[in-house]
Design a protein around this ligand. Sequence first.
Ligand SMILES: Nc1ncnc2c1ncn2[C@@H]1O[C@H](COP(=O)(O)OP(=O)(O)OP(=O)(O)O)[C@@H](O)[C@H]1O
Ligand SMILES: [Mg+2]
Length: 507
Amino acid sequence: MEYKLSVLIIEDNENDAELNAHHLRKMGYNINYFRVETPAEMKNALKMQAWDLILSDYSMPRFDVLSALAIYHASGLDIPFIVISGAIGEEKAVELIKAGAHDFLLKDHMTRFASVVKREFREAHLRQQLANANTSLSISEERYRTMIEASPDGIFLTDLTGVITEVSAAGLALYSSDTGETLVGKPFAAILASKEEGILSEIFEKTLKQGLAQNFELRLLKKNNQVLVAEASSALLHDPVGKPISFMIIIRDISQRKSLEMQLIHSERMAGLGEMASGIAHEINQPLNTISMAMDNILGEVASNEKIEMEYLQKKSDKIFENITRIRNIIDHIRVFSRGHDDYILTGFSINTSILNAISMVSEQFKHHAIELRLNLADHLPQITGNTYKFEQVILNLLSNAKDALLEKEAGVAEYFEKTIEIKSFEQNSMLMVEVSDNGMGIAAENIPQLTLPFYTSKDPGKGTGLGLSVSYQIIKELHGQIEFSSKVAFGTQVMIILQTQNEKEA
Ligand SMILES: Nc1ncnc2c1ncn2[C@@H]1O[C@H](COP(=O)(O)OP(=O)(O)OP(=O)(O)O)[C@@H](O)[C@H]1O
Ligand SMILES: [Mg+2]
């Protein structure tokens, strides 16, 4: 195979230049050469075209190799530069190599020429590849920098022990408004509000195990001691041989969204209570009736006998106190439930108790509407960590939706049907499941994706605000769980809440 070569020969003697060209042709190269013998000619030639090889004599009447090397270096080009000269001393040969010539050959001793040329082409090629790789590396580094700096979310890089190694400007701004301070060298945990280290280790563990941890809620303590609620995600970064080297933590400020959400949850809870008021009347009416009846009995007994048996009085007053206690429990529960709960207080709670508490607030109302409530709660379920009142609120929302769906179906169908709501709790594949199903009017498939959007409602204005499911979705998300809907129009709806059990979360 013939290689085409453009060779620049710095040589005052045309015959010597032709001889060098001859050597190259013998090696199988198809060459085209150009001879120069002054600095000006060399500079022009370098500008004129691209060269594959430069051969240079040692000294010429109007030029010399050291000046030629200086011009070559000044051009910034990387072309194999080989000196071919008559006998020179060892010192001068060393000087040439120091000045940047790639090799040195004697005119009457050209046996190495072929191997030197090949080697120099190979090395020049390698140098070129390296230069290309470096250019693309610095381009991609630059791009990566720009991306990190352009991100409105704060980006923190830490080593595997959690010590910060890099922070984006947005990250620094989240922590403090004056960007003079650097966080590099501090543990990431140092910028967290107290009690958040547990979540941080959970994030790190999950990132190490799965390469990624997303949407954790974290509270950061800003430099001015204000608390910032953030959504944190983290990814594992590796070195070129695949060894994990650092965590990239992305911090999004959600303080504003969070406080809106809290207001929403609270106002939705209040709206729910308003709607429940009639239900509460039922809950309290029942024991009040029992109390009135017992009083009537006692008075009747006194009027007819004038004297009353102690045992009879005891039995009736027990009944009265039992019902007073029941009323007090209902009122206490509603009072606690309607309070704005501290969102950061998390305790272990039993979902079954939470479900029963929710039911205690609506059971009389359901009886009044002749809705049958079936309970199917598994024993010995593991506890959940979170806010039990918020979970209760979810169950109340689902029960209220199911009730509306049953009443709406009843209003629309001629024949009688048994209105039923079933609540199941059980454990499956280390997940806790709560299922609330009804045989109400159902939901059209195209509406299912919208159920958890705020203000999505099919109900008349004044009846539904469309917040129930959106708030429920938020609450379940906070518990790291999921909520899923399946439904068939005219047959009923099934809502499934899927929660991680304690063990699963810690694993
Ligand atoms: N069990 C169900 N059966 C049929 N439709 C349902 C059921 N649950 C929810 N939906 C539909 O989803 C919509 C949104 O429910 P969501 O609880 O968010 O709001 P809402 O009940 O309309 O109003 P709010 O709960 O704020 O008073 C409802 O309007 C209804 O159309
Ligand atoms: Mg609702």
